[in-house]
Design a binder for this molecule. Structure first.
Ligand SMILES: [Zn+2]
Length: 415
C-alpha cells in the first residue's frame, strides 16, 4: 500500500496529508475489458469524501459509467484505462473539491444550504483557516450532484422514516449502452413520479425532489429510461409530440442524453430499420440535435444490434443497406457529418466484436467518401439542409449536453 501526498504540488515526502495511491486492475472477461478501481473507497476515506463523489467525477471525466461491484468491494469502469490517467482525475477532483483555495489545506468539508429564494448552494469550508467559498453549482456537474446528494442526506436525516419509497422493481433484462439487450416492454411507470409524501421533501424544490434517481449508477438510469421507452412503444405513443417532449426531458433529468439515442435505437430498431427511422424520426431528431455523442451512440446502436440479433444482421449487414441507413440518418438531419467521420475513424469492440465493427466501417467507406465530396460541393445548398424548427416548445432542454461542463471529456473507447 503506497501512500502519496494529497496535494500533487507538494513534493515533501513527509507531508502530513497523504492518501492511498490508486490501484487498478484491468480485467478481460467475455471479450469485455473493465478496469477495477480497487481502492477507491480507501482513497475517498483519506479525503473525507463519499466514494460516490469520486466515482461520479471519474464517470463524468470518462463519459462512461462507473459501476459498483460487490465481489470486489469496489468500483469499476468499462474499458481499459491507465492507472496514471485515473490518478490524475483524482488529483483534479482534489483540486476542485478538497483543497482549500486559500490555504491549500485539504481539511475541508462540503455543506449545502438553501437561501430564502430557494437557491441551493454548496459551500466548501476550511477547518484550517476558516475560509469558506461557494461552489458554482451551475458551472459544474459534480457540484450539482453533490448538492443533490447532500440535500438528500439532509432530508433523510431530518425525517428518518419519511424517505420516499420508490418502486424500484428491476426487470431481468437490461437496456443500456453498457449491457445492451432488447426491450422487455416492462415499465414500472414510476420513473417520472415526483410524489413527495413527507415533510422533508416538501421543503425541497420540485427540481430536487427526484434526486434519488441521480444517485443510481448510470447503467441503472439507462435501464430505467429503457423501460420507459419500452412502455411508450407498447402504448404506441412514441410518435406523440408530448411523449417525445417527455422522453427528452427525462433523458435530461437522468443525465443520459448521450446514451438516450442508443437506448431508443435498441428499443425500436428491427430488421426494417429504414422504416423505423422514418417512424420515429421526430424522437431521434430531438434526442440527437446538438448532441454529437448521442449521434455517435445511435450509430453504435446499429453495431450492437448487428452483433446481437441474427435476423437484423441477416437483413442489414451488407454494404447496400448499411449505406442506405447511414444516408437516411444524414438526410433526416439526425446525424451530422462530423459525427460520421469520428465514428468511422475507429472501430471499437465496445458494442460488438471487433471484426464486425471493422466490417461495418468498411461497408461505410463509400458513404463516407461520398459525404466528404458532398460536403465540399454543397455549400450553397446548406440552407435547404436544415429541418424547419419544430413548433414545439422544448424550452432549453435540447441544448444542454450533459457532458459539456468538463472541457476534456475522454471518450472511453479512444484509449
Ligand atoms: Zn484554508
Amino acid at each position: 500500500m503506497t501512500m502519496i501526498n494529497i496535494d500533487r504540488r507538494k513534493l515533501d515526502p513527509f507531508d502530513r496529508y497523504t492518501m492511498h495511491k490508486l490501484v487498478v486492475q484491468v480485467e478481460c472477461k467475455r471479450n469485455c475489458m473493465k478496469t477495477i478501481l480497487i481502492n477507491l473507497s480507501a482513497i475517498a476515506k483519506d479525503l473525507y469524501r463519499p466514494p460516490i463523489y469520486l466515482a461520479q467525477f471519474i464517470c463524468y471525466k470518462l463519459s462512461a459509467p462507473v459501476k459498483t461491484s460487490k465481489e470486489q468491494d469496489g468500483y469499476f469502469v468499462n474499458g481499459a484505462h491507465a492507472c496514471e490517467k485515473l490518478q490524475n482525475f483524482i488529483y483534479d477532483f482534489i483540486d476542485r473539491y478538497v483543497i482549500c483555495s486559500k490555504c491549500d489545506n485539504p481539511e475541508t468539508k462540503l455543506s449545502v444550504n438553501k437561501d430564502q429564494k430557494g437557491d441551493v448552494a454548496v459551500h466548501q469550508s476550511c477547518n484550517a483557516c476558516g475560509h469558506s467559498r461557494t461552489m458554482d453549482r451551475k458551472a459544474d456537474r459534480l457540484t450539482q450532484y453533490i448538492a443533490k446528494h447532500l440535500l438528500n442526506a439532509k432530508a433523510k436525516g431530518e425525517v428518518s422514516s419519511g424517505t420516499k419509497k420508490k418502486n424500484r422493481s428491476k426487470s431481468k433484462k437490461h437496456i443500456n449502452p453498457v449491457n445492451a439487450t432488447e426491450s422487455t416492454g416492462e415499465a414500472n411507470g414510476t420513473s417520472t413520479s415526483t410524489d413527495s409524501g413527507d415533510d422533508s421533501s416538501s421543503s425541497i424544490d420540485d427540481d430536487w425532489s427526484d434526486d434519488s434517481d441521480l444517485d443510481k449508477q448510470l447503467a441503472e438510469r439507462c435501464d430505467q429510461y429503457g423501460r420507459l421507452v419500452g412502455k411508450k412503444k407498447t402504448d404506441q405513443k412514441l410518435n406523440d409530440i408530448e411523449t417525445v417532449k417527455d422522453l427528452l426531458a427525462e433523458a435530461e433529468r437522468l443525465e443520459i442524453m448521450e446514451q438516450a439515442p442508443f437506448i431508443v435505437g435498441q428499443c425500436v430498431f428491427t430488421e426494417n430499420i429504414l422504416k423505423d427511422i422514418d417512424d420515429y424520426k421526430l424522437l431521434f431528431t430531438k434526442l440527437c440535435t446538438k448532441n454529437a455523442k448521442g449521434q455517435k451512440y445511435l450509430l453504435h446502436a446499429i453495431e450492437a444490434l448487428i452483433g446481437e440479433h441474427e435476423e437484423i444482421r441477416k437483413k442489414i449487414f451488407n454494404k447496400k443497406t448499411m449505406s442506405k441507413i447511414l444516408l437516411k440518418f444524414y438526410d433526416e438531419d439526425i446525424i451530422e457529418e462530423d459525427t460520421f467521420y469520428t465514428w468511422h475513424e475507429k472501430a471499437s469492440k465496445r458494442f460488438t466484436d471487433k471484426n464486425t465493427a471493422k466490417e461495418i466501417r468498411e461497408m461505410a467507406n463509400d458513404f463516407i467518401k461520398w459525404l466528404r465530396t458532398a460536403e465540399e460541393s454543397s455549400d450553397e445548398e446548406d440552407d435547404d439542409d436544415k429541418l424547419p424548427e419544430p413548433q414545439i416548445d422544448f424550452t432549453d432542454t435540447v441544448n444542454k449536453s450533459p457532458v459539456k461542463d468538463y472541457g476534456e471529456i475522454i471518450d472511453a473507447e479512444n484509449i
